[in-house]
Design a protein around this ligand. Structure first.
Ligand SMILES: *[C@@H]1O[C@H](CO)[C@@H](O)[C@H](O)[C@H]1NC(C)=O
Ligand SMILES: *[C@@H]1O[C@H](CO)[C@@H](O)[C@H](O)[C@H]1NC(C)=O
Ligand SMILES: *[C@@H]1O[C@H](CO)[C@@H](O)[C@H](O)[C@H]1NC(C)=O
Length: 470
């Protein structure tokens, strides 16, 4: 079998190299470029690292900084730092103090930049339930400025390339001031860069997906003007609290959905931002490396049904109920009798075994989302989190970081296509529905009668087996 595969590959590669030279990856894959026009056709892979992910109870599930491939993500967001007064601080001692005899986590993660000098690492502040931290720094220009200067000092001290603001639910009275914070920050970052001749620090946010919060909490045009990118948390859209079964990060809605249900998907969330004036090139979709479980009696028809709770599942690794890491879903599919289903309208993967329903993203589901990002001309994809993917490849047996890697490789292919063909993404941008012959399992092979796409696929991925498995 392997022999045949190699033989075929050689034929194709020979064929390929006789016509066009091998494509190198575009060197600017990692460049941070806030000039939107020159970012055409470039996509960011933005990954959250969590400092608690290296302190989990079960050793198998601990992710240390050195185990992240330096070329997996274009940006790593280190969660979390803490805002105290008008300052920014570490949250755990191991961030800044020697840990396992290998130095503090901050220093350990910065070492990835020695292997990939284009990688950017930002400190992420705030997070779930931490809105209060922000309230003290936005109220006056003096506070906003002092905080921005403290951020600069902190980033330069530890080597961070900027700050990610996770103010998830700002109240309406802070809406305008939050916008002003990003403006002041941008000005301070630019000034410091001019003075020191260092690259300007970056600023990004993680934002709620819902329309209500968007209208009341975020000054969209200001945020999108001054921030380098805006990551929309297009996950956790369904859960035990909503009391309905549904994929927590579906790509699309369906025509049958009404009211709030129609909003609970990635596409609808992103379009709220676009419609309120945010540039597509600043917007990233959020992709979860975990699933949410419910009780349900049918893999497809249970969607939208009331009840469901959290399906009685608790993650052994996270110690949380209703959540399963991607690698735990893999174990369920491989050893526990769960089966994978695909919802063709929502374009989402479901793991199901009688009574238990899990909405999750696997490499193929995530790739459909990559394709969406490319088609819509968005900024890229943000992943929550690195440590919930099958980071060591042990559980899913599909290589390390299979979900994030699938998207990263898909972005690379898209970039090669836009740099090697004359068709640009400008026309692709406007399409909002999947094209005909769209193959959700392999969005990169839209139409198998297009051999050039297949060849590009091989030259980039250099992974014969994955490709020929189909
Ligand atoms: C393994 O990864 C490849 C490439 O991303 C993907 O196409 C395939 O479906 C994955 N296998 C499983 C079982 O998820
Ligand atoms: C995506 O959302 C937009 C705006 O709501 C809508 O017009 C479009 O039909 C949606 N696309 C799909 C495939 O549902
Ligand atoms: C590919 O596209 C061609 C021309 O548009 C069409 O005739 C053919 O049926 C398509 N093939 C598949 C597998 O969809």
């Amino acid at each position: 079998m392997k022999l045949i595969v190699c033989f075929f590959l050689n034929l194709i590669l020979l064929n390929f190299s006789s016509t066009t030279p091998m494509q190198e990856l575009p060197p600017d894959y990692y460049d941070d470029d806030d000039d939107e026009a020159s970012r055409e056709g470039k996509f960011r892979t933005i990954c959250y690292y969590t400092n608690w992910g290296s302190h989990r109870n079960i050793e198998d599930s601990r992710l240390y900084p050195e185990d992240i491939p330096a070329d997996l993500c274009t940006h790593i967001l280190y969660a979390f730092g803490m805002i105290g007064g008008r300052n920014i601080k570490h949250t755990i001692q191991n961030d800044i103090a020697d840990y396992q005899g290998q130095g503090p986590l901050y220093k350990r993660i910065m070492k990835l930049k020695e292997k990939n000098r284009r990688l950017k690492i930002l400190i992420s502040c705030g997070g779930w339930g931490q809105a209060g931290q922000f309230e003290g720094i936005v109220g006056s220009e003096e506070a906003r400025k002092e905080f921005s200067q403290n951020v600069i000092a902190f980033c330069r001290q530890w080597g961070f390339d900027g700050i990610d603001l996770d103010w998830e639910f700002p109240r309406s009275e802070h809406k305008e001031n939050f916008g002003l914070l990003t403006k002041t920050m941008r000005q301070e970052f630019e000034e410091e860069s001019k003075k020191t001749n260092k690259p300007r620090l970056l600023a990004s946010i993680a934002t709620a997906a819902g329309e209500y919060l968007l209208k009341h909490g975020y000054d969209v045009p200001t945020l999108c003007k001054y921030l380098d990118f805006v990551n929309v948390m297009t996950y956790d859209l369904y859960g035990g609290w909503y009391n309905k079964v549904g994929h927590h990060a579906a790509l699309y809605g369906t025509p049958e959905e009404t009211g709030q249900d129609a909003e609970l998907n990635t596409n609808s969330s992103i379009y709220h931002w676009i419609d309120m004036g945010c540039s597509r090139k600043k917007l990233s979709i959020g992709i979860p490396t975990y699933g949410r479980s419910f009780a349900g009696d049918d893999p497809i028809k249970s969607w939208g049904q009331s009840g469901g709770g959290n399906g009685g599942l608790t993650s052994r690794y996270l110690g949380e109920s209703g959540i399963q890491t991607y690698f735990e879903v893999c174990m369920k599919l491989q050893n526990e009798g769960f089966k994978r289903y695909w919802h063709p309208q929502h374009q989402s993967a479901i793991a199901f075994k009688k009574g238990t329903w899990i909405g999750f993203d696997d490499p193929d589901g995530a790739r459909v989302k990559c394709d969406y990002v490319v088609r819509e001309g968005l900024n890229g994809a943000m992943f929550w989190t690195l440590d919930m993917d099958d980071f060591n490849g042990k559980f899913c047996k599909n290589g390390s970081f299979p979900v994030i890697r699938a998207v990263r490789d898909c972005f690379k292919r898209a970039m090669i296509k836009t740099t090697t063909t004359t068709t640009t993404t400008t026309s692709a941008k406007k399409i909002t529905t999947p094209p005909q012959n769209y193959n959700p399992y392999r969005p990169d092979i839209k139409n198998s009668s297009l051999p050039s796409q297949i060849i590009i696929d091989i030259s980039v991925e250099k992974n014969i087996y994955l490709f020929f498995d189909y």
